[in-house]
Design a protein around this ligand. Structure first.
Ligand SMILES: *[C@@H]1O[C@H](CO)[C@@H](O)[C@H](O)[C@H]1NC(C)=O
Ligand SMILES: *[C@@H]1O[C@H](CO)[C@@H](O)[C@H](O)[C@H]1NC(C)=O
Length: 397
């Protein structure tokens, strides 16, 4: 811990800034005028809030595995599709989802780029997240296990993501590298009530974004994927308590806490608890969680406000099921340069939350949260619509 804090002290703060500036300068040199103007006029995303129609919609994009664009080949498409398929198909799909679903927030749940295949990871990220920026939609990203597999570290990748236009991502709590938290990309997004409504200045739904790591930090004793560490659980507990108290007590006081959702990359071991028949969607491969259980589900259950977890990582699993009253969901793979299953459409998971109305027809807190998937096929099929949470399910306890 002492080491981490020394590393995270002021001089590290400066060197992070310096490295960050260096990255930007390089980006300018490489990318030319387009990036220059992006840096000069970095556009901050607006505050997240429910719309005048009382809804807030999140589109989850899992595992784009973006590399170099037009020159990058696809994996697991039909034989006749290889010749005309590249990363650009991932971009086309993203533009399509944005146009059709008109999300209020785009959430990229890791393996956004496949860095070992990227000539220039910055250029890859500019391409991968480009549609969100061009559409002017607030977006957030967390890291997977492939985002840093090259010469750009997790910290630098996440810093760059946090610096991009319309990004609502943060590297870590209070931007303090000395916070002692593990990973890069641990932050909370607060979604405020509808403009002009009694809850316009309160967060009525919270999103916890967590870095679930890449690979085991205890290798070779424990091999395989990473996990969410105790420092992150401690932080989540603190945030959850604070947000719940604020929602219950700040005017207008509320009878029950606001619902929250968690997004990260690697599934928790409890995803394996779900047997066929206990979920909606498909399970076509094993659950690639860490080989040990760091107790994050317990953390969320004790906090009580999180109603569902959304991950990626296993591209051909796209199910949602109930474990201890919490929905554990996959999005299913989005990217064409990522492994998948030929003939099984790339997909995205949509989550839509709706507010309740009081007797004066004014928007209140969240009444229900539902989810469905969209497939990148000719009909843009919408499948597996289901409830994630409803106000009634809370009062049962
Ligand atoms: C990829 O995009 C090209 C160009 O629009 C299109 O012809 C091709 O069918 C797409 N491939 C897949 C697998 O969607
Ligand atoms: C990392 O940098 C080295 C030296 O410049 C280069 O040879 C290598 O290809 C780079 N690796 C990746 C994945 O970009």
């Amino acid at each position: 811990m002492a080491d981490r804090c020394k590393r995270g002290g002021n001089s590290e703060g400066y060197s992070v800034v310096l490295r960050f500036i260096l990255v930007l300068v390089l980006a300018v040199l490489v990318r030319g005028a387009r990036v220059t103007s992006r840096i000069r006029e970095r556009v901050s995303a607006p505050v997240l809030r429910f719309g005048k129609d009382g809804t807030f919609k999140i589109v989850q994009v899992a595992d784009m595995h973006y590399a170099d664009g037009a020159t990058t080949s696809c994996q697991d498409v039909l034989p006749e599709q290889y010749a005309t398929c590249s990363d650009l198909n991932t971009t086309i799909f993203l533009n399509r989802v944005i146009a059709e679903e008109k999300p209020d927030l785009l959430l990229f749940s890791g393996d956004n780029i496949m860095q070992e295949d990227c000539k220039d990871p910055i250029a890859s990220m500019n391409m991968a997240f480009g549609p969100a920026i061009e559409a002017g939609i607030p977006w957030a990203a967390v890291l997977g296990n492939h985002d840093q597999e090259g010469n750009m570290s997790r910290e630098r990748v996440m810093s760059y993501i946090a610096s991009m236009d319309y990004s609502v991502s943060t590297v870590n709590p209070s931007g303090d590298t000395c916070s002692g938290i593990d990973g890069f990309g641990n932050f909370v997004l607060e979604v405020f009530g509808a403009a002009g409504s009694p809850q316009a200045h309160k967060s009525v739904m919270n999103l916890y974004l967590v870095d679930s790591g890449d690979y085991s930090t205890l290798s070779p004793k424990i091999r395989g994927y990473g996990w969410i560490h105790e420092t992150q659980s401690t932080w989540i507990k603190k945030m959850s308590k604070k947000l719940q108290l604020a929602y219950l007590n700040d005017a207008p006081a509320q009878p029950q806490p606001a619902p929250s959702l968690a997004y990260f990359h690697i599934p928790l071991p409890e995803y394996s608890n779900l047997a066929p028949g206990q979920f909606k969607g498909v399970k076509q491969e094993g659950i690639s969680s860490a080989q040990i259980n760091s107790g994050f589900l317990t953390t969320l259950l004790e906090g009580g406000d999180v109603k569902a977890i959304f991950v990626g990582h296993d591209h051909v699993n796209d199910f949602c099921g109930d474990v201890h009253g919490l929905k554990l969901c996959y999005a299913g793979g989005f990217g064409y340069h990522a492994y998948g299953k030929a003939g099984w459409d790339r997909r995205t998971r949509v989550v839509s939350a709706a507010l309740s109305k009081d007797e004066h027809s004014e928007w209140q807190g969240v009444r229900s949260i539902v989810t469905w998937k969209r497939l990148d096929n000719a009909k843009f099929d919408m499948i597996d619509a289901e409830s994630v949470w409803g106000q009634d399910s809370n009062s049962v306890q």
